[in-house]
Design a protein around this ligand. Structure first.
Ligand code: HEM
Length: 101
């Protein structure tokens, strides 16, 4: 079952990219320091990395100012998702905007 869910989430990212007209390879690569600046404090953008993909969650009121229930944007939060009461489907509403170097 977890393998099926993982496969499905990969498909979902690829479908979204297809709709956007880009492939995973074409997504810009950002470094950890570039991501760190998009923490909702230093720059207006709020970005999160999850499983190597960067999502722009700036329009989410739940990530206002970069803070989300004691979790800070501008970093890779893959290891922190198990702390959440939700799973990774919360990323479905957000476009992948880059890859983490
Ligand atoms: C104690 C930890 C956390 C709590 C209590 C929490 C709670 C919530 C709640 C209540 C929502 C609204 C969606 C829903 O009803 O399921 C939400 C959305 C979301 N969460 Fe979390 N969360 C936590 C941690 C995290 C972490 C670690 C991440 C990233 C890996 C994350 C990413 C998101 C995203 C991207 C959304 C969608 C926001 C939107 O649609 O506007 N959350 N969270």
């Amino acid at each position: 079952m977890p393998i099926l869910l993982y496969w499905y989430s990969e498909r979902l990212i690829l479908t979204r990219l297809f709709i956007l007209g880009v492939t995973m390879d074409e997504l810009p690569v950002y470094t950890k320091s570039q991501l760190a600046l998009r923490n909702g404090q230093d720059k207006p953008e709020v970005w999160i990395a999850y499983k190597g993909v960067i999502y722009d969650v700036s329009r989410s009121r739940l990530w206002h100012s970069g803070k989300h229930y004691e979790h800070w944007a501008g970093q890779d939060l893959t290891a922190e998702l198990p702390d959440a009461p939700h799973d990774e489907w919360v990323f479905d509403n957000f476009d992948p905007i880059g890859k983490l170097a």
